[in-house]
Design a protein. Structure first.
Length: 161
């Protein structure tokens, strides 16, 4: 896999996450705060975990594993607006980091796993948690709509023409 393809996947991840974050206004605060919907997480916990995992992976790559990164899952649940602000800060950090990726770095194998596979995992992990959140949101009348990668690709292609 090439660096430009990883950048595409991370752009998709951001687009789909924004779609989910975009339908949270007017949500019942009790639904946001629940902790027993999917395992020990509720909607807020799912989305905070998605953020925390994304931060930890990015920071781990930037520091070559020297720093584990933040664990927002262990903090009090942020408000919806606070979570959005944290995502914006994370995306700014990603925007600074993604251009540094090289094809050689992506091919590097760490503990038997190529870096590119780890980065695809980060995006796939987000897909899992967005799907959980989307199901909960749709049941409450707050569907984020279609979140498939092809929807992003088609929207992107239409914007380019």
């Amino acid at each position: 896999m090439q660096a430009e393809e990883i950048r595409f996947l991370f752009a998709y991840d951001r687009w789909a996450t924004r779609e989910v974050l975009g339908v949270l206004d007017g949500l019942d605060p009790a639904l946001w705060a629940r902790t027993d919907v999917v395992g020990e997480r509720g909607l807020g916990g799912i989305l905070v975990h998605h953020l925390g995992a994304s931060q930890r992976w990015r920071i781990g790559f930037e520091s070559q594993g020297a720093d584990d990164g933040p664990e927002p899952e262990l903090e009090p649940l942020p408000t919806i607006d606070e979570l959005r602000a944290r995502w914006e800060a994370e995306w700014a950090a990603v925007d600074a980091w993604l251009p540094t990726l090289t094809d050689d770095f992506l091919a590097y194998v760490h503990e038997g796993v190529p870096v590119w596979e780890m980065l695809v995992h980060v995006v796939n992990h987000g897909t899992q948690h967005r799907a959980e959140a989307a199901a909960l949101l749709t049941a409450e009348g707050h569907s984020p709509g279609e979140l498939d990668l092809i929807n992003y690709a088609e929207e992107r292609a239409q914007g380019a023409s």
